[in-house]
Each structure stands twice: as structure tokens, then as C-alpha cells.
Design a protein around this ligand. Structure first.
Ligand code: B1M
Length: 215
């Protein structure tokens, strides 16, 4: 198999043995970010499909996720970085009840490499903790991630909490994760939120939103 397909296979099979050698081979051919966006994410997509159709059990999904994380960590030093720093601060979290963090951590890497300070709170974060961190760090924005359908409801409640505390206008909110749609965020949620809320389809849209905000 060509190395790209081999990497995809490693994610699907949760096979970490020989991973770094394959990543080195792939790096000789294309930039780290492209390896993540093509080969690795293609593998995770298949994992999601197999899990969704009942052909793959949860412990194997977890193994795949671990290999994905190992691969991203290995590639991180090879990712393009800008020299600029201190462009702005974002508090980032996976919302309450949700453990999915691979996408959130990609957003962290991309923003950090592009000069932003990211306060990454981790997974299953209640809105109170997110708000406290945003206030403490004088954040320019709050980013919430969530992959479960129920997380879309949590995000709505979180926006309502920002409204209720009278601080919606202080923190523009960016939302991302597989269960969201642009219409849900930028129509339904925008209607109930007293501040600015935007949808980010992927980590790069997250970066574009931060760049636009800080411009
Ligand atoms: Co879970 N899981 N999972 N899972 N899992 C999904 C989300 C699911 C769609 C799978 C499926 O059924 N096909 C399904 C949700 C269904 C639903 O809600 N309707 C599901 C389920 C059901 C569950 C459990 C409930 C299973 C169970 O226990 N029975 C459980 C949930 C536990 C919980 O959260 N309370 C669970 C657990 C797990 C694992 C722990 C095994 C593992 C997560 C490991 C980890 O993250 N550390 C896992 C995985 C790996 C997945 C799938 C297969 C892959 C997710 C992933 O990492 N994708 C996933 C299938 C899918 O998404 N289709 C699935 C790669 C990642 C890079 O993409 O996170 O979408 P993503 O990020 C993207 C964009 O969304 C965006 O940028 C990234 C790309 O650049 N983005 C942002 C994300 N956040 C952003 C924030 C931003 C901007 C952009 O700004 C703030």
C-alpha cells in the first residue's frame, strides 16, 4: 500500500506499531498538516462510519482515537508556525457531557501555531468553568466543541447562561463539532444569543474567524 493509505489503515485498525516510520515517510512527501487533513482524517471518517453502522465496537474506536492522537502529537513539531504571537486569546473547551476532544485539540494546535493564546480547558466542561476562565484570561473569544447531538442542546443552554449573566456581548462564541450545522448555529442559535455566535466547520474556519475578529 502507498504510505498515505497505510496511515489511513493504521487509524482504522488502531495499529500504532510502525506508525512513526510511516509518518516520517509521509513527511518526506508532503507537509504535516496535509497528512492530518487527508490520510488521518480520512481514517477517522471510516471509523465513524463503521461505528455508526454497528460494524465496529467502542473499544476499537478508542484505539483508533489513540492512534490518531499519537500521530497528531508526532506531527505537531512539523506543522507550519507563524512568528507572530499574542494575536489574541481564546478559551476552548469540549462542552459538559462530551468526551470527544480530537477536533478541539486540532483547533488548539492550528490557533496556537498561528499566534493565538489558547486556554484549553479539556473535556466535559460546565459553562461556569468556561466563563470563569474567559473572565480570568480576558479572552477575546470562547470556543466550544461537541460531537454528540445532545451537545448541541448544551451549547444552546450555555449561550443562554451567557445571556443571563449579561456578558454575551463580551465574548464572541465559536462553535464546532460534527453534530452542528451552520444553519442551527447561525440562524437558530443566533436568534437566542445576545452576542455574536459563529459556526466553524473545521479548524481552519476557526482560525479565519479568530483572524477576522482580531483584525
Ligand atoms: Co464517539 N460518537 N462516542 N467516541 N465518536 C461519534 C461523535 C458518533 C457520531 C459516532 C457514530 O455513531 N457514528 C456518535 C454520536 C452520535 C450522536 O450524538 N447522535 C458517537 C457516540 C454515540 C459516542 C458514545 C455515546 C458511545 C457510547 O458510549 N456508547 C461515547 C460518548 C461519550 C461522551 O462523550 N459522553 C463516544 C465515545 C467515543 C470515544 C471515547 C471512543 C472516541 C473519542 C476519543 C476522543 O475524542 N478522545 C470516539 C470517537 C473517536 C468518535 C468518532 C468515530 C470520531 C470523532 C473524531 O475524533 N473525529 C465520531 C464519529 C464522527 O464524528 N462522525 C464519534 C475526528 C475529528 C478531527 O473531527 O471532532 O468532528 P471532529 O472535529 C472537526 C470539526 O468538527 C471541527 O474541526 C475538526 C476538523 O478540523 N471542530 C471544530 C470540532 N470542534 C471544533 C471547535 C471549533 C472549530 C471547529 O471552534 C470552537
Amino acid at each position: 500500500l502507498p504510505v498515505g493509505e497505510r496511515l489511513q489503515r493504521r487509524i482504522i485498525d488502531g495499529e500504532a506499531k510502525g506508525l512513526e516510520a510511516d509518518l516520517d515517510l509521509a513527511l518526506a512527501d508532503k507537509p504535516g498538516l496535509e497528512i492530518i487533513n487527508t490520510d488521518l482524517l480520512a481514517g477517522m471518517k471510516v471509523v465513524g462510519e463503521l461505528f455508526g453502522s454497528g460494524e465496529m465496537q467502542l473499544p476499537f474506536v478508542l484505539q483508533s482515537a489513540e492512534v490518531m492522537k499519537t500521530a497528531v502529537a508526532y506531527l505537531e513539531p512539523h506543522l507550519e508556525k507563524t512568528d507572530s504571537a499574542g494575536k489574541g486569546t481564546i478559551v476552548l473547551a469540549t462542552v459538559k457531557g462530551d468526551v470527544h476532544d480530537i477536533g478541539k485539540n486540532l483547533v488548539d494546535i492550528i490557533l496556537t501555531n498561528n499566534g493565538y493564546t489558547v486556554v484549553n480547558l479539556g473535556i466535559k466542561q460546565p459553562i461556569g468553568t468556561i466563563i470563569d476562565a474567559a473572565v480570568e484570561h480576558k479572552a477575546d473569544a470562547i470556543g466550544m466543541s461537541g460531537l454528540l447531538v445532545k451537545s448541541t442542546v448544551v451549547m444552546k443552554e450555555n449561550l443562554q447562561e451567557l445571556n443571563d449573566r449579561g456578558i454575551a456581548a463580551d465574548f464572541p462564541v465559536f462553535l464546532g463539532g460534527a453534530a452542528l450545522t451552520r444553519a442551527y448555529v447561525e440562524q437558530d442559535l443566533r436568534e437566542i444569543f445576545a452576542g455574536e455566535v459563529r459556526y466553524a466547520r473545521d479548524a481552519f474556519e476557526g482560525l479565519r474567524l479568530m483572524d477576522a475578529l482580531m483584525a
